[in-house]
Design a protein. Structure first.
Length: 41
């Protein structure tokens, strides 16, 4: 079984090392959610 704690630690480390990538990912998720809201109208 996967070591989820270890994976979480690696994700945190990557986020700390590359904050610009985190911001880009958040923007993409926001755009996707906003796009889905438009589809539901």
């Amino acid at each position: 079984m996967a070591d989820l704690g270890g994976m979480a630690d690696k994700a945190k480390d990557a986020a700390e090392d590359h904050p610009e990538k985190v911001d880009q990912a958040k923007d993409k998720v926001k755009d996707a959610v906003d796009g889905n809201k438009d589809d539901q109208k």
